[in-house]
Ligand binder design. Structure first.
Ligand code: GRF
Length: 194
């Protein structure tokens, strides 16, 4: 039986890392197509950094505030990914917009999860905006990253029904639960197509 190729993959985070945790857990299965080898946070205080370390994944901080320009920060990010022989990158709550030079270098190897049913609600405050618009459906999207913010081609989506009792906080929780199932499936799917 042939051994399935497991692509060396990194996850970029800025915070809690609950999606990162879901991806690392999925990749613990030997037949999962990603081998999560590196987690990078732009913030040292990101709880996800500690979590990744506990889960046995190399976790480093590259603080964007240590660089004069976004280009310099992204050059360091790119160098770290290459130094670790990473071939594919999944953003999971990474709160920096990635510039054209970085995105073009990683084109077709860079994905992101966003808490809305894109193309609706690109950017921030997606749950509040869905409630204000009286949407009956809301959810999350995994998409390829291109030069536009939250504009790349959609890989997979997961939806839920918004109830009259929902607040931005309850919706955020409910959507995150969907994200934890969607992202591992979408990453596996992306890896079979890249
Ligand atoms: C997720 O809701 C994701 O959609 C958004 O940021 C949040 C990150 O949460 N981009 P976590 O750090 O994975 O817990």
């Amino acid at each position: 039986m042939s051994v399935p190729k497991r692509t060396p993959t990194a996850i970029l985070i800025s915070g809690t890392g609950s999606n990162m945790t879901a991806l690392i857990e999925a990749a613990q299965k030997p037949d999962y197509p990603a081998d999560i080898q590196l987690v990078i946070s732009n913030l040292q205080e990101a709880a996800g950094l500690r979590k990744a370390d506990e889960m046995g994944v190399t976790a480093i901080c590259i603080d964007h505030r240590d660089f004069k320009t976004r280009t310099d920060f992204e050059a360091e990010l790119d160098a770290a990914l290459r130094a670790h022989n990473i071939e594919f990158v999944a953003c999971a709550g990474f709160m920096r917009v990635l510039g054209a030079a970085f995105v073009n270098k990683w084109s077709g190897k860079l994905i992101n999860i966003h808490p809305s049913l894109l193309p609706k609600y690109k950017g921030l405050h997606t749950h509040k905006r869905a409630i204000e618009a009286k949407d009956v459906e809301h959810g999350c999207t995994v998409h390829w990253v291109n030069e536009g913010v939250d504009e790349g081609k959609i890989i997979a989506q997961s939806a839920l029904i918004v109830t009259p009792k929902d607040t931005p906080e309850t919706l955020a929780k409910r959507v995150q639960t969907l994200e934890h199932t969607l992202y591992p499936v979408a990453l596996a799917s992306a890896l079979t197509h890249y």
